[in-house]
Design a protein around this ligand. Structure first.
Ligand SMILES: Cc1ncc(COP(=O)(O)OP(=O)(O)O)c(N)n1
Ligand SMILES: Cc1nc(C(=O)O)sc1CCOP(=O)(O)O
Ligand SMILES: [Mg+2]
Length: 418
C-alpha cells in the first residue's frame, strides 16, 4: 500500500505563476503545514535542470511533514531528485518505461478520463489515479470537462485510490461527496489565493468531512480480531491436564476472564499445580506463541475492516490481555501490523480490562478523546468497562461469549455478528 486514500485527501499541485513575488518554498511549506496530504511539483515552463533543483528542495520540505511528493511528467527529474514518484498522463512517458526507470518502490500516479483508461492504469500497476476535469478549469487549457456520472463510474471500476481534479474550489467540492473519490487535487484553489496556508487548512477540513474523517479505534485482539479463543481455552485445559490436575466443572468459566497472573495463581492455589507464576507463564506462553506465529486466523471481515480504516487515515491501536510478542507475531503474519500505531497490553498499562481506567489510560496515551473513540471488543466485562470509560463500543460476536451475547448487545452501541 504505497498510497492510501487518506494520502489523497488534499492533493496540492504547485504552480508558481500565481505567486507574484512570494518565495515559492515558503508557500509550499505553508501549504504542507496547513494540511495538504500529497504534493506534486508541476512547473510546465521550467527546464529539466530547474525541475531537478526545485524537486530536491521540495523533497526535503515534504519529508519534514511526512507528505508524499511526486514530480509531474518529468520521470528523470523525479529520479535525479530522489522524489517519491511521478504523475504521468495519457500522453506522457508510458507506465512500463517509467516503472523501469524508477523501480518498484516509487509512486506512479496516472491520469484517466474513461473507465477503460482507469482499468488499464490499475492493471499496469499505477498506485493511484487522477480523474478530471470534474469542473471547468482554465488552469489547464486542454482539460475536458467530465460529468459526475463518468467520475462515479470510474471510481466503481477500480480499487486503487482516485483523486478528483479540475476546477475544484472550496464551494463546489461538496458535490464530489459519494462519488467514491478519496480526495481532491487542486492548483488555483490554493496557489491563486492570497493566504495559501489558510486556503489549504479550509480545504483540508472540508475534505475530511466529505471524504471520510479518520476515526480513533482501540481493538481487542483475542476473540475480536483473531479467532484465538479456542486456542486459549484448549491451552488452559491442555496445561492443567498435562500437569495432572483434576479440573472442576467450572474450570472454563473461572479461567475465562483471568489474565496470566490470575490464571497461574489459580493453578497453584486452587488446583495444587506445583510451580510459580514465572515458570508457568513461560511454559504456557511458549505453547501459545507457536499458534500466534503459525496458525491462528483472523475473524471474518476483520482484515478488510482494518485495511479500510487504515486507508481512511484512522488511528488504531491494540489493547490486549495477551503477550505483546504474540500480538506482534500474529498481526505481522496476517499482514496488518503496520496499520496499528501501538500495541498495549494490560501489563504495560497496569490495569486490567475489568477496570474502566484501563481504557482511559489508553485514550490518554494515544491522545484520543474517549467519547470519540470506538472500542472493538468481544467479552462482556471489557464492553462494560469501555462504556463506563465513555467510549463507544462495537461488540464483536465470538462463540466463547455466545451465552452473554444478549447482554453484550444491550451494552454495545453497534455489533458485528458473522
Ligand atoms: C493528480 C493529477 N491528476 C491529473 C493530472 C493531469 O496529468 P496530465 O494529463 O498528464 O496533464 P498535465 O498535468 O501534465 O498537464 C495531474 N497532473 N495530476
Ligand atoms: C493539472 C490538471 N489536470 C486536469 C485534468 O483534468 O486532468 S485539470 C488540471 C488543472 C487543475 O487546476 P485547478 O485546480 O486550478 O483547476
Ligand atoms: Mg502530464
Amino acid at each position: 500500500m504505497k498510497v492510501t486514500k487518506a494520502d489523497l485527501r488534499l492533493y496540492a499541485i504547485t504552480d508558481r505563476q500565481w505567486l507574484g513575488g512570494k518565495d515559492f518554498y515558503m508557500v509550499v511549506e505553508q501549504v504542507l503545514k496547513n494540511g495538504a496530504t500529497f504534493l506534486q511539483l508541476r512547473e510546465k515552463n521550467a527546464t529539466h535542470e530547474q525541475r531537478v533543483e526545485e524537486a530536491k528542495k521540495i523533497k526535503q520540505i515534504a519529508a519534514k511533514y511526512h507528505v508524499p511528493f511526486v514530480v509531474n511528467d518529468d520521470i528523470w527529474a523525479a529520479k535525479e531528485a530522489g522524489a517519491d514518484g511521478v504523475h504521468i498522463g495519457q500522453s506522457d512517458m508510458d507506465y512500463e518505461q517509467a516503472r523501469k526507470i524508477l523501480g518498484p518502490d516509487k509512486i506512479i500516479g496516472m491520469t484517466a478520463k474513461t473507465v477503460e483508461q482507469a482499468v488499464q492504469a490499475e492493471k499496469l500497476g499505477a498506485d493511484y489515479i487522477g480523474v478530471g476535469a470534474v469542473f471547468h478549469t482554465t488552469t489547464k487549457q486542454d482539460a475536458k470537462d467530465m460529468s459526475r456520472e463518468t467520475l462515479a463510474a470510474i471510481t466503481k471500476s477500480v480499487s486503487i485510490p482516485i483523486v478528483a481534479i479540475g476546477g475544484i474550489t472550496y464551494d463546489n467540492m461538496d458535490s464530489l461527496k459519494d462519488t467514491g473519490v478519496a480526495g481532491v487535487s487542486v492548483i488555483s484553489a490554493i496557489f491563486a489565493k492570497e493566504d495559501e496556508g489558510a486556503a489549504a487548512a479550509a480545504l483540508r477540513k472540508k475534505a475530511d468531512t466529505l471524504f471520510g474523517a479518520a476515526r480513533s479505534l482501540i481493538f481487542d485482539m483475542d476473540g475480536t480480531l483473531l479467532d484465538s479463543m479456542p486456542y486459549w481455552r484448549r491451552l488452559a485445559r491442555e496445561y492443567a491436564t498435562k500437569k495432572g490436575a483434576v479440573l472442576p466443572p467450572d474450570f472454563d468459566e473461572k479461567t475465562y476472564t483471568m489474565d496470566l497472573n490470575e490464571c497461574s495463581d489459580y493453578f497453584i492455589k486452587e488446583l495444587g499445580i506445583a510451580g510459580n507464576r514465572e515458570n508457568m507463564q513461560k511454559e504456557v506462553l511458549e505453547m501459545i506463541r507457536e499458534h500466534y506465529k503459525k496458525d491462528i486466523r483472523m475473524k471474518p471481515g476483520m482484515k478488510e475492516l482494518i485495511e479500510r480504516e487504515y486507508q481512511n487515515g484512522s488511528r488504531m491501536c491494540i489493547f490486549t490481555t495477551s503477550e505483546k510478542a504474540c500480538a506482534k507475531a500474529a498481526l505481522e503474519r496476517l499482514g496488518v501490523l503496520s496499520c496499528f500505531e501501538k500495541i498495549y497490553t494490560v501489563y504495560d498499562i497496569g490495569v486490567n480490562k475489568r477496570n474502566p481506567e484501563s481504557y482511559l489510560k489508553i485514550c490518554e496515551q494515544m491522545n484520543f478523546v474517549p467519547e470519540d473513540t470506538i472500542v472493538y471488543e468481544d467479552v462482556l466485562h471489557a464492553v462494560e468497562s469501555a462504556k463506563k470509560a465513555g467510549c463507544r463500543v462495537t461488540a464483536v460476536y465470538d462463540a466463547d461469549s455466545a451465552h452473554l451475547w444478549e447482554k453484550i448487545k444491550q451494552q454495545a452501541d453497534e455489533t458485528i455478528c458473522f
